[in-house]
Every structure is written in structure tokens, then in C-alpha cells.
Design a protein around this ligand. Structure first.
Ligand code: SF4
Length: 547
């Protein structure tokens, strides 16, 4: 029900799931299972599950529906989206996704690209994208925590990994390492389960992470603990950074972060001294207006201590041999996307490839930068999940047309013109972790049949694609989309399921041959294009977001 890092053993009787357990041989979870997965059979058989396409007959939100056939539902949606495309242009139709679970997210992007709309709306602006984008701008890639090789030290920076599946990587691999002596630093306002076991628990005041990271850099540079060879050969702007972080001695950072200066000092010394060390960072550092500075400061920390792209550090994983993401989503069909997306008009830093919900909502309500008149939602319940439900309600009420695909009649589905009943992750063949940049994909095969009238999101989009865009880009059945991802590997889906997962080759220090994919070819401690983007060239801490 998330990116899906956990391998499960599923007991089936008469096409019903009777038991779900963690698989002790699971590549990432080693037997772990969370409460969501344990409860999942109840969800499959829940009496309130949607089982038929529905068409609104009363006024919007009134809750009066007619059951309609799938064929009519697809034709209705296609007719309404086409009407908006003709009257206002394709960009006035938005395609909205919640947390991606499998291929459905990328099939939705494919549909949007082929339809001609640049507006794929998702909450990535507060979940993953800031880390990914600042990583790409700073060192040319998104530095993923490598738990597959031993680290001497792990920093959990805003990551509560025993309770949440951080980007599909649950705690099992880390706990295994800790049995063999890996030390832990936990940066968290709360005393989490792993904070109890950490060498250093840094109880940070929320929103002050940049000050703490800059203070780490202050100690490490002042005490000459950094990786001098790496810094000399592969960083850009070290002298400026060294001068800049003089403003953040632990004594000053203590006043900002609430962490005693001696704790900051000794944690920083440990991060520099214990090599390799890895930073597992979580969503909290992204849910602040200062996220670009915070994540940049952390990438600088990884770089200065020589922990980038080494085993047991923060790495750039290589994918297995699969269809490239750009080809799968048919990025070639919409070359103007980056300039045309709603948020590009608000001057966000380049490379954010999904529209932040706040800008999407603003476009509906105020037509800034242009009107959005229709939307298709999957795996998402914005009326509850976007900040400011009242404003979201007003935006949904203003749409000319809304279609929602979901398992249940959520508050958002209640606002739709057409509601589509979907299959759950146990009811169709899917691939987990594709396109996330972690260097592996996971098989997620069909276990039981869905209720007769429920269809997977992939199947729905394959049919909608044929109704809205040239048929040649779609497949006789949705399984063709799944097989197309695997085709370069030479494996069929059945063979992939036998293996359970596919992982790219382990290759490290790729910068030695290719350099870093930044304008300077080095890790940009000072951003060479900062002026162009209107951001700080050096990561900074100015103030907390809110008191
Ligand atoms: S953490 Fe995610 S992948 Fe693991 S069992 Fe729970 S829902 Fe499934």
C-alpha cells in the first residue's frame, strides 16, 4: 500500500486472502510486516468497497448516483476531458496522484503527456522531491542511503524508520547492521524507538535542521576532520563554505536548535571520524519553506566527509536493465512540459516534475497562471490530505468536471462527476519501486481476482488512453504496459515474479570516470547557477518557519 518494500507471504483460500505475513527472506524487510499489511485482507472484503462505476445525478457533493457500465464511464470521462481540451487547451486538464504505489503513477504521466497536459499534480513538493532536486542541483544525483553495505555510523535525520516505511526501505536492514556494531545518531524532536538505542539523540527544535547541519560542518572543517583528498579534487566552493560556516559554531547552533553544544560537537566529530557513514533523511526536512537550504546543507555534509557514492554511504544506485522512465512516460511527446507546468510560472527551481497541490488549487480558483477546468484523480483524497480543506472544497466545487478512481467513496470521491471502483494491490500484476531511483524493482503479482466490476488503475488508464489519445500508444490489455517495462531485461513477468526483485549492479565512485553531473563537474558546495534560480548559493539558516 505504499512503494511496497516488504515481501509478504499471502495465504489464499477460495479466492480470498486469509492470512498475510512478512516473508523472512524478503529483500528489504526480512520478515517485517506493518499494521497496514496485516489489515489489508479486511480492506479487500470490506462491505463498503465500491463495486460499480457511478455517475453523479444530483448536484455536486449531494451523494446521488446512478450505476453505469465501464464503457459508458470511460466514454463520459473522455468526452468531458476532450471538451475542456478543445475549449481551454490540454493544460487546463490536470491529472492528480496521491502517494505512488506502483506503475499507475507513471502510466498516469504517460496519459497526461500523450493527452498534451503538463500538469501532473502530486504532493512531492513535501515528500521526496526537495531531497531529489537539491541532490541533483548539488551533486548531480539523488543520494540514496545504502543499507545494503555496512556503515560504521547511520544518522537518522527526521526518519522514524521503525515506524514508517521511508521510501520503501523499512528498518530491517538497519537493525541487522546495528547487531554488528553500527552506531546511530538520531535527529528527532521525539524520543523514537531508535533514539533510545542511539549513541547520540539530538532533540532538535523543529525547523532548525539547517542550523544543525551547518554547525556540523563548522566543527568538521574547524577541526580539520574532512576528507581532504575528496574535497580538493571533487568539490566546488569549499573555501567559501568554510568561511560561511564559521557563523555557526555549536554554541550559537545550540541557541537555535535547542541541542546542547557539546552534543552537537561530539555527534559531528563521530560523523566525520566513522567512515563510511550514511544519512537516512526523512520527510520532515521537506515540510518547511527552508527545505532547499536544509537538504543542500546535508548533501554538503555527505560530500565534505567523503561519504558520497561509496558502499555504506549515500549512493547513486544503478537501475537494472529496464525500459527507461522517459521512454515509458513518453516524455518525447510533450517537450514543452517543463516550461508549461503550472508551477514553472511561479518560478520554482527547475526539475520539479509534479505540480504542488497549492498551485493546482490556485489555478482552479484564480486562473493563475491559466485556468484549470477538469481533473482526474487516482490514489488520492485531497479533501482530507491537502492543507486547508475548505479551500480544496471550493476548488473542487469550481471544476467543470472531476473523475475519481478509488476503493471507497471518500470525501473527495463524493465530489466527483464519475467515480470508478479500483482493484487493490493484491488483485493485479504490478511492479513496485520503478522510477524511484533506488536501483531495484519489486514484483507485486496478482494473488486473487478483484470483485467483478473493479479494475486496476493501470487497466483503467490503458482504456482511457485509447479513448483520449492515439490508440497506437496503448496495449490490448494493461499487462502489455507491465511487460514493456521488463522487456530490456529479457524476462517475462512470470520469470520476474520467480525472482521477486531485480537489482542494478553495485558500482561506486562513478564520478571518477564521469565527474559529477553539475555545471562544474564537481559537488557544488556553492551553486554556480544560484543567481539564475534566485536561491542561496550557499546553504544557510536564517530563521525558523514558524514559532
Ligand atoms: S511498510 Fe509498506 S510495504 Fe511494508 S508491509 Fe507496510 S504497507 Fe506493505
Amino acid at each position: 500500500m505504499d512503494h511496497g518494500g516488504c515481501a509478504l507471504l499471502v495465504g489464499v483460500k477460495n479466492n480470498r486472502i486469509v492470512k498475510v505475513k512478512g516473508d523472512p527472506d524478503g529483500f528489504l524487510n526480512k520478515g517485517y510486516i506493518c499494521p497496514k499489511a496485516i489489515a489489508s485482507p479486511d480492506r479487500l472484503n470490506h462491505p463498503m468497497r465500491l463495486t460499480s462505476p457511478l455517475k453523479r445525478v444530483g448536484s455536486r457533493g449531494q451523494g446521488q448516483w446512478d450505476k453505469i457500465s465501464w464503457e459508458d464511464a470511460i466514454q463520459e470521462i473522455a468526452a468531458h476531458l476532450n471538451k475542456v481540451r478543445e475549449s481551454h487547451g490540454a493544460r487546463s486538464v490536470a491529472f492528480c496522484q496521491g502517494m505512488p504505489k506502483g506503475l499507475e503513477h507513471f502510466v498516469l504521466i504517460r496519459l497526461a503527456n500523450l493527452f498534451g497536459s503538463p500538469n501532473l499534480v502530486a504532493t512531492q513538493d513535501v515528500c521526496h522531491a526537495p531531497r531529489e532536486i537539491s541532490g541533483v542541483h548539488t551533486c548531480g544525483f539523488y543520494p540514496v542511503a545504502d543499507f545494503h553495505h555496512p556503515s560504521k555510523l547511520v544518522i537518522l535525520w527526521g526518519s522514524n524508520i521503525t515506524d514508517t516505511n521511508e521510501e520503501g526501505e523499512i528498518c530491517s536492514l538497519l537493525l541487522e547492521q546495528m547487531k554488528h556494531g553500527t552506531e546511530l545518531i538520531v535527529v528527532d524532536p521525539r524520543k523514537t524507538a531508535l533514539a533510545e538505542r542511539a549513541k547520540h539523540w539530538l532533540q532538535i527544535r523543529p525547523g532548525t535542521d539547517a542550523a544543525l547541519a551547518l554547525s556540523f560542518l563548522n566543527v568538521i572543517i574547524q577541526e580539520q576532520l574532512y576528507d581532504k583528498d575528496f574535497v580538493a579534487a571533487w568539490t566546488h566552493g569549499f573555501d567559501e563554505l568554510a568561511e560561511h560556516v564559521k557563523k555557526f559554531p555549536p554554541e550559537k547552533a545550540a541557541g537555535i536548535t535547542g541541542i546542547p553544544s557539546n552534543k552537537i560537537r561530539s555527534a559531528a566529530v563521530d560523523y566525520a571520524a566513522m567512515h563510511p557513514a550514511v544519512i537516512q533523511w526523512g520527510n520532515p526536512i521537506e515540510q518547511t519553506i527552508h527545505t532547499f537550504d536544509i537538504t543542500r546543507a546535508l548533501v554538503c555534509l555527505m560530500a565534505v566527509c567523503g561519504n558520497l557514492d561509496i558502499p555504506g554511504g549515500n549512493i547513486q544506485p544503478l537501475d537494472p536493465n529496464l525500459l527507461g522512465l522517459g521512454k515509458f512516460v513518453r516524455a518525447d511527446k510533450l517537450p514543452s512540459k517543463r516550461k508549461e507546468m503550472i508551477h514553472a510560472h511561479h518560478h520554482t527551481i527547475p526539475r520539479l516534475m509534479t505540480v504542488p497541490p497549492a498551485f493546482f488549487r490556485k489555478a482552479i480558483l484564480t486562473e493563475d497562471p491559466y485556468p484549470v477546468k477538469a481533473a482526474y484523480f487516482q490514489c488520492t483524497n485531497p479533501l482530507l490530505t491537502y492543507a486547508d480543506s475548505r479551500m480544496t472544497y471550493e476548488a473542487l466545487m469550481k471544476l467543470d468536471f472531476l473523475a475519481v478512481a478509488d476503493l471507497f467513496m471518500t470525501p473527495t470521491a463524493c465530489m466527483a462527476d464519475i467515480v470508478l471502483p479500483v482493484a487493490t494491490q493484491f488483485e493485479f500484476n504490478d511492479i513496485g519501486h520503478y522510477g524511484i531511483g533506488h536501483g531495484y524493482i519489486l514484483a507485486r503479482p496478482k494473488i486473487v481476482d478483484p470483485p467483478a466490476s473493479c479494475r486496476s488503475d493501470i487497466q483503467i488508464l490503458n482504456e482511457l488512453g485509447k479513448a483520449l489519445t492515439p490508440e497506437e500508444y496503448w496495449y490490448p490489455t494493461a499487462h502489455g504496459l507491465v511487460e514493456s517495462v521488463l522487456s530490456p531485461s529479457g524476462l517475462t513477468y512470470a520469470q520476474f515474479v520467480e525472482k521477486g526483485y531485480l537489482k542494478g549492479p553495485d558500482q561506486f565512485r562513478k564520478y571518477l570516470t564521469d565527474g559529477f553531473r553539475t555545471p562544474s563537474g564537481k559537488v557544488e558546495l556553492v551553486l554556480t547557477r544560484a543567481h539564475q534560480y534566485g536561491v542561496n548559493a550557499l546553504p544557510n539558516h536564517e530563521t525558523v518557519s514558524e514559532d
